[in-house]
Write a protein that binds this ligand. Structure first.
Ligand code: SF4
Length: 156
């Protein structure tokens, strides 16, 4: 089972959302220059529906989105947890920050409102770099993906 190393309430990762960001350990990518190498280890609290419900219950009045940061070792678990959030908390958006090159075919994109893909490549930079390899998509209601381009000028 995937594990939650820690979590935070953030405003920059998802446009126009106040996001409960769940940092998932056991990252399989091991990118050179990784900002969070401690997430390579398999440590933390099992991230299941019960734990997710407790967290959302505690912070629901202050958040608009739940983002799964990682979990590429078990995309179907991330997918199931996103579906769970959608079913129990339709007022919340769901997002996934994946380090994979492509969205796994085994997931249902409509379980998410936002999906980011791509490993971190230091010379190309992160989402706000003009040369980034990473992609951030808004998932439309019909499942189409619209790429969103981060810019240092974005005001959110
Ligand atoms: S995907 Fe993210 S957490 Fe994983 S190694 Fe790359 S930068 Fe680090």
């Amino acid at each position: 089972m995937i594990k939650c190393y820690n979590f935070d309430i953030v405003c920059q990762e998802i446009p126009d959302q106040i996001t409960l960001a769940l940092n998932i350990s056991g990252c399989p990518h091991h990118c050179v220059g990784c900002h969070s190498p401690w997430l390579w280890r398999d440590e933390g609290v099992p991230l299941d529906e019960h734990f997710l419900s407790l967290l959302i219950g505690k912070y629901s009045s202050g958040i608009t989105c739940v983002c799964f940061m990682g979990g590429d070792q078990a995309p179907q678990q991330v997918n199931s947890l996103a579906a769970f959030v959608k079913s129990r908390h339709p007022e919340l958006k769901t997002a996934w920050y994946s380090g994979d090159e492509e969205i796994p075919k085994s997931i249902t994109v409509k379980n998410f409102d936002y999906i980011k893909i791509g490993p971190y490549i230091a010379e190309k930079g992160g989402l706000r770099s003009a040369t980034t390899n990473q992609k951030f998509f808004i998932v439309e209601k019909d499942g189409r993906l619209t790429q969103y381009h981060f810019s240092p000028k974005n005001s959110f």
